[in-house]
Design a protein around this ligand. Structure first.
Ligand code: ARG
Length: 276
């Protein structure tokens, strides 16, 4: 594992007031206090593991702002702004960009629609980039050029898995886990070719957002209800840690959605795994 720095945004204004993915049902009540408690548990778990968590001030009128992963994409200290597809979330892009500017990071305003690290996942070696529902395919080349990584474009086909990070998680430099049926046949073939040893999730675990997981290279934070996935992670040498974010799932988000990894320096390979 490597000590990481994450950006998070308290769900102080969290609610489901519109629907831009199949999980969101504005008629269903949300419990703001419970959302806050679950989010706080995630934050304290990360801190307890030795990671740093920076906080972004939540803005009223932006109920999805808790999903910091969408706020930007940061690789080797460079920050590409997010440009949201839906008007309901559009103001989040400039708000997050402003935070990064104030930290003094090198920033770039995106030309094409991209929903940050919801769809752009850095493995250290390359960017895995999702498209199909939110991020414009043209944003993949834009991100690759600015962030200095080769890119692998992946097409999402199931609306429940509308962001790449709902269907695929980067575990460490070389290893990923994903739910094959969320991808087009061509993208499944690409994934098989590049990641023959990937952990494959089954429908039951994917459907409770088991793939919306945060990995520090050793610990993997994911919903406590996943069964096969937690077992597969343990067998592969990872340490699964359950974190319940049921309230945020009402907006179609989980642990990974709530965190944006701040990658300040060029990634160094993970140290050899310690003996267990
Ligand atoms: N309600 C939000 C949306 O539909 C959820 C975003 C989840 N974030 C993520 N990284 N998958 O845009």
């Amino acid at each position: 594992m490597r000590i990481r720095r994450y950006l998070m945004c308290e769900p102080r204004h969290f609610d489901v007031t519109y629907s831009i993915n199949p999980w969101m049902e504005p008629a269903k009540p949300t419990d703001a206090r419970l959302a806050l408690m679950q989010w706080e548990r995630l934050r304290s778990l990360l801190v307890g593991l030795g990671h740093h968590v920076d906080l972004m001030a939540p803005l009223p009128g932006l109920p999805d702002m808790v999903f910091a992963a969408n706020g930007a994409t940061m690789v080797d200290g460079k920050v590409l702004s997010a440009r949201f597809r839906h008007p309901q979330r559009r103001a989040e892009g400039p708000a997050y960009l402003e935070w990064f500017r104030r930290q003094g990071f090198e920033t770039r305003e995106a030309r094409f629609v991209n929903e940050g690290e919801g769809d752009l996942l850095d493995t250290g070696a390359r960017l895995l980039a999702g498209t199909g529902f939110r991020t414009d395919r043209r944003a993949h080349a834009e991100a690759a050029a600015f962030l200095g990584r080769p890119v692998l474009s992946l097409k999402l086909v199931d609306p429940r898995f509308y962001h790449l990070d709902t269907a695929l998680a980067v575990l460490d430099h070389e290893r990923i886990m994903y739910y094959p049926a969320a991808f087009s046949a061509a993208s499944q073939a690409v994934l098989r070719r590049h990641y023959p040893d990937a952990i494959l999730a089954e429908a039951a675990d994917a459907e409770i957002f088991g793939l919306n997981a945060v990995s520090d290279g050793r610990h993997v934070l994911l919903p406590p209800q996943t069964t096969r996935l937690a077992g597969a992670l343990t067998a592969a040498g990872f340490v699964p840690i359950g974190v319940d974010l049921s309230e945020l799932l009402k907006a179609g988000g989980g642990a990974k959605c709530c965190t944006l990894e701040l990658r300040e320096r060029p990634a160094t390979p993970e140290p050899a795994k310690e003996q267990r």
